[in-house]
Ligand binder design. Structure first.
Ligand code: MG
Length: 376
């Protein structure tokens, strides 16, 4: 299939930090996606918390299954819009590589620990993973991914951090946060697909956990029309199947909405403007109505799931584990593995090591270093 004129073209990539010759059978963006899949950080995503701690149940999403769902959604939409599917896949699979163990609780705790040392932010950390922390190649640190993949991975960045990035890599992936330009359409798409994926799967996991009840979802404008339509067709349907079918239709409606809204926005541009999508405001987006409904679902999840007392209780424990680990490695750097210890004694090295841990490895290290088991 030919790419749209506004798609990212691997022939015109802004390249890798360490130049590499093109290969015969794979595009540069395909190679990026393959490099991510073969990285150690990617394999660790399977034991990292999305919302529910990894040991709380085998069927809850983890960072890995979340990333696969984002890639699936983004790929479907990319195909319809004739965007670059390989780039979308590379970004989606890599977008959460920098997440700490224990989800947002872990990130908050690590950011606290690093307050006096530049802070900790998972988007920046994802970039650090692919730029520096993966060590697999003889000639350089990191995975040496293309600019376009790295740009998509760094989906948010504060002006403060962007300035720091600019010093090390002038005109690099930090620049757009200073001159307020947009990233590629593929990066914009992954951003939206991330939101679509977690909204839907957090409802599913929330109900599975028993923390959300189906009836609570009845007033939600993004969910309820589908539930009603299904009940009109299958009046006796209830429970899991009703939930799954509602979520399936909800996601399909969002996919169609993004495709149509984005196509309409793109068709209003001249071909010349279309090639310069970075100078336009973000073009991959929901219609106004869908954006409102999506925001309402997000607020619902914040109030009823992410701030549920049971979720908060387990995140409090998880934060303590991170605080204790940070203190233990800072006081006893000899406890760090040799490849980390070799990078010198610094809070950043400790943060990198903790951020890379899976939930269960972090819990095991915590028990070993403190003599206390957090989760029986
Ligand atoms: Mg994500």
């Amino acid at each position: 299939m030919t790419l749209a004129p506004y798609a990212s073209d691997p022939q015109h990539t802004r390249g890798r930090r360490y130049p590499e010759a093109a290969t015969a059978h794979r595009s540069d963006f395909q190679r990026d996606s393959d490099r991510v899949v073969h990285s150690s950080a990617f394999r660790r995503l399977v034991y990292k918390t999305q919302v529910f701690l990894n040991h709380e149940g085998d069927l809850f999403r983890t960072r890995l299954t979340h990333s696969l769902e984002v890639a699936q959604l983004a790929r479907s939409i990319a195909r319809a819009l004739r965007l670059n599917e390989d780039l979308v896949e590379a970004i989606a699979l890599a977008h959460d590589l920098g997440h700490t163990p224990f989800g947002h609780a872990g990130q908050t705790a690590l950011n606290d620990c690093m307050k006096a040392h530049g802070g900790f932010e998972h988007n920046l950390q994802s970039l650090r993973v692919v730029d520096e922390l993966e060590q697999r190649y003889p000639a350089y640190d990191g995975l040496n991914l293309c600019f376009e993949t790295r740009e998509g991975i760094l989906k948010h960045c504060s002006v403060h951090h962007a300035r720091a990035l600019e010093v090390v890599q002038p005109g690099g992936v930090g620049r757009r946060f200073l001159d307020r330009s947009s990233p590629s359409l593929e990066a914009q798409l992954c951003n939206l697909a991330d939101e679509m994926a977690y909204n839907a799967h957090d409802v599913d996991d929330g109900v599975r956990s028993g923390l959300l009840r189906l009836e609570q979802l009845e007033g939600l404008p993004l969910f309820d029309p589908f539930r009603r339509a299904i009940l009109a067709e299958y009046p006796s349907l209830g429970g899991r199947r009703l939930l799954y079918e509602s979520l399936r239709r909800m996601l399909s409606a969002q996919v169609h909405d993004v495709i149509e809204t984005t196509q309409a926005a793109l068709s209003r541009l001249t071909p010349e403007q279309a090639k310069q999508v970075r100078q336009q405001p973000p073009l991959v987006r929901f219609s106004t109505d869908m954006a409102l409904r999506s925001d309402e679902l997000k607020r619902f999840l914040i109030n009823h799931l992410y701030r549920h007392p049971q979720v908060v209780a387990s995140t409090d424990q998880a934060q303590q584990v991170v605080y204790d680990l940070f203190a233990a490695y800072s006081q006893h750097p000899s406890e760090l593995p040799p490849e980390y210890a070799a990078r010198g004694q610094s809070p950043r090295v400790v943060a990198d090591y903790i951020a890379g841990m899976t939930d269960r490895f972090a819990a095991g290290e915590h028990a070993r270093l403190t003599g206390r088991a957090t989760w029986a």
